[in-house]
Design a protein around this ligand. Structure first.
Ligand code: IVH
Length: 671
């Protein structure tokens, strides 16, 4: 009898070791050596043995990773060594000052630093006794945290036993985070289920780890990077790098992008590099942590009440901020589309003050349940337009008001209709002043006819006084008429007349774009101008001819045909021509530029250092290339600047060659 039980115990022990080894291969090394089915067999055998011999179940058994029943609440635990926070730096200047302070305090000329990504998750501490995982806790207030052991066990990359086999005491520290791509999926599922959305992967990770039911945590895409040893009475290290190396050998997941550098200059380079590349990672980072490598130096430097003097966090510009929705207004665009707009308490965000955010349409507001008076999280989407990410439900007072889309246009009083299957509500007023105003502002905008000085205040007055009814009236304005408007002197009136005059020669492509034909953006306008050469030819083009042009699909062709079928539109164009607006290619001879980029299609994403977006696009076109707004298999190159958007991810997905600004300049023969 005794023999049998020894056999069973040995088998259980053997299975646990094997299973944990395969977990390690799979979750830490990302390099499994058996199939999922084989793994399941091992797990099943262990579970069955444990079911028959519950007396042998131990908390570090792999079966216990998703065991536990929901808890009543979390116990508070006191950290063996407090979990400190870091001092922050927001500029490279502050990093240099940090470096000077460090070198002054320890009286050396050179200090080596370890540069690490600052993972944007939730700090936790893992406690090992006798080489076994016994407890894990959140940071809490730094001194005491919450016991989330059961939930941490569900993260498969956390070793239940140190892989070195040492039976020692050890506290390790790290960051639990949610995988970015999985976060999007999770939110999508929650949206469908009508559950509140997580604002960002960090909140989602925190919410998931602080679940009372470990089965919920287990279903969430969490992982962990370990970045420090908090307490190790049984083992000493000389450098931080050595400690990280040890963590790896003990089976912990350590971030692969850690770099040892000889001084602060190289640390700054690391910050620049990751500021540019942060979107290539499948987890969020909010900065870089720079740590003194030599542990004797660390000891000499010590800590203030809150943070160590041997480390600093360089923080990237935040992309999100919290503010309050004071009101929701409705804007009428030039196509009559009604766009709800959140009026916000002004907040600083990524270098500017934000006081409005687009709410897109009614469905958007409903799906996020945004109400007037709500506290919301906003973020900058792409490069410019801020948008509302989510409502901070905890800040609800009950006094918030729901938004109702008006049934009449706030500008002209005409009916507002929302067609079946469309997300947008539109004003149907043919004479809606808002549509006309927006249309004229677009006509005069920089990429269209570029009439400097023709801004909202002026256009508003021109419409009110009946001086302008359509685009062609712009070219009939006189300096006297303009000088009679509010806040317009003689000089500015004269300047405006000159700007209007100058715009006559912009040429066919810009004029076509300026007309605001639906679906005719800058690119399509250029293609049309190139293909037809004159306004007459375009006006009389048939649908078939239009769709035979590669860039022009049925929707665009239809929109062009119906625009020019409208008698009123033909009248405007006739009058524009009579006022001397150029209806063909621009006269000014273009300088001869080598057509180095001929036939290549480029997509740009992120901010470039040496150009504005328009300048870069212009350069590509002048050298014979084409610019597209989205990445597809037809894209030849994607040029990536600082903080690139989703186009970058898409390019990687499709395997499209990616160029840095430098590489792009080389290709264009500019370097
Ligand atoms: S070291 C005593 N390294 O940033 C310093 N922290 O305020 C211990 N964090 O709460 C922190 N990535 O949650 C360190 N590579 C990294 C980190 C990191 C993220 C978090 C951590 C901490 C906060 C600093």
């Amino acid at each position: 009898m005794a023999d049998v039980s020894t056999d069973v115990r040995e088998r259980i022990e053997k299975l646990r070791e094997e299973i944990e080894y395969h977990n390690y291969r799979y979750y830490v090394l990302d390099d499994p050596v058996i199939s999922d089915a084989e793994f399941d067999l091992l797990m099943r055998e262990l579970a069955e043995l444990e079911a028959r011999h519950p007396e042998y179940i131990t908390p570090d058994s792999p079966t216990q990773r998703v065991g536990g029943k929901p808890a009543e609440g979390f116990a508070t635990i006191v950290h063996n060594v407090p979990m400190m926070s870091l001092q922050n730096a927001y500029s490279f200047q502050e990093l240099r000052e940090f470096d000077e302070r460090v070198r002054r305090l320890i009286r050396v000329d050179h200090v080596e630093y370890v540069c690490e990504l600052k993972i944007d998750g939730l700090a936790i501490s893992l406690e090992y006794r006798d080489g076994r995982f016994v407890r894990g806790a959140t940071r809490g207030d730094g001194v005491t945290g919450e016991d989330v052991t059961h939930n941490l066990r569900t993260i498969r990359s956390i070793p239940m036993r140190l892989r070195t086999g040492e039976r020692i005491r050890l506290d390790v520290r790290g960051e639990v985070y949610m995988i970015k791509s999985e976060f999007e999926k999770l939110n999508e599922e929650r949206r469908k289920a009508g559950e509140p959305l997580f604002a960002n992967p960090r909140n989602a990770a925190a919410g998931s780890l602080r679940q009372l039911d470990p089965r919920v945590t287990a279903s969430r895409p969490l992982d962990i990077f370990l970045y420090a040893i908090g307490f190790s009475p049984d083992r000493r290290f000389e450098t931080h790098m050595e400690a990280l190396q040890y963590l790896k050998s003990a089976g912990f997941r350590v971030n692969p992008n850690i770099r040892l550098v000889p001084g602060i200059d190289e640390a700054i380079e690391y910050c620049e590099e990751w500021g540019r590349n942060r979107d290539t990672l499948d987890y969020e980072i909010d900065g870089v942590v720079i740590k003194v490598n030599d542990l004797r130096y660390q000891e000499m430097l010590g800590a203030t009440a809150k943070s160590p003097r041997w480390a600093i966090a360089y923080k990237f510009e935040a992309r999100q901020a919290t503010t309050v929705v004071r009101d929701i207004k409705v804007q009428v665009g030039r196509t009559g589309a009604l766009t709800p707009l959140a009026i916000l308490d002004p907040v600083k965000l990524a270098g500017s003050v934000v006081s409005r955010a687009t709410l897109h349409n009614e469905d958007f507001i409903r799906s996020k349940d945004i109400r007037i008076g709500d506290t919301v999280i906003i973020q900058k989407a792409g490069d410019v337009i801020p948008e509302v990410v989510s409502v901070v439900a905890a800040k609800r007072t009950g006094r918030e008001r729901e938004f109702v889309m008006p049934s009449r246009c706030p500008e002209c009083g005409a009916d507002v209709v929302r067609l079946e299957g469309e997300a947008v509500a539109r004003c149907v007023g043919l004479k809606c002043p808002a549509q006309l105003r927006e249309g004229i502002l677009h006509f005069a905008s920089r990429d269209a006819m570029d009439i400097e000085g023709m801004g909202p205040a002026l256009v508003g007055q021109l419409l009110e006084r009946g001086l302008v009814h359509d685009f062609s009236d712009i070219y009939k304005l006189t300096a006297e008429q303009i000088a009679g408007l509010e806040r317009m002197g003689k000089k500015s009136a004269q300047n405006l007349i000159e700007a209007i005059d100058e715009s006559r020669g912009r040429g066919l492509a810009r004029l076509l774009y300026a007309l605001g034909i639906r679906h005719v953006g800058e690119n399509v306008a250029r293609v049309l101008a190139e293909h037809f050469g004159s306004m007459d030819a375009i006006m009389n083009a048939r649908y078939d001819e239009l769709v035979s042009i590669p860039e022009i699909g049925p929707k665009i062709a239809e929109s062009i045909v119906s625009f020019f079928a409208e008698e009123a539109n033909r009248g405007v164009i006739k009058r524009l021509a009579e006022s001397g607006v150029l209806m063909g290619r621009p006269q000014a001879p273009q300088e001869q530029v080598p057509q180095t980029l001929a036939g290549k299609t480029f997509v740009l994403t992120g901010a470039l250092e040496g150009f504005t977006r328009e300048e870069a696009e212009d350069l590509i076109r002048r050298m014979g290339g084409r610019v597209s707004g989205s990445v597809s298999r037809k894209t030849d190159y994607v040029v990536v600047g600082r903080d690139p958007g989703s186009k970058y991810d898409r390019a990687r997905e499709l395997g499209i060659p990616i160029l840095s600004e430098e590489e792009f300049l080389k290709m264009a023969g500019k370097r």
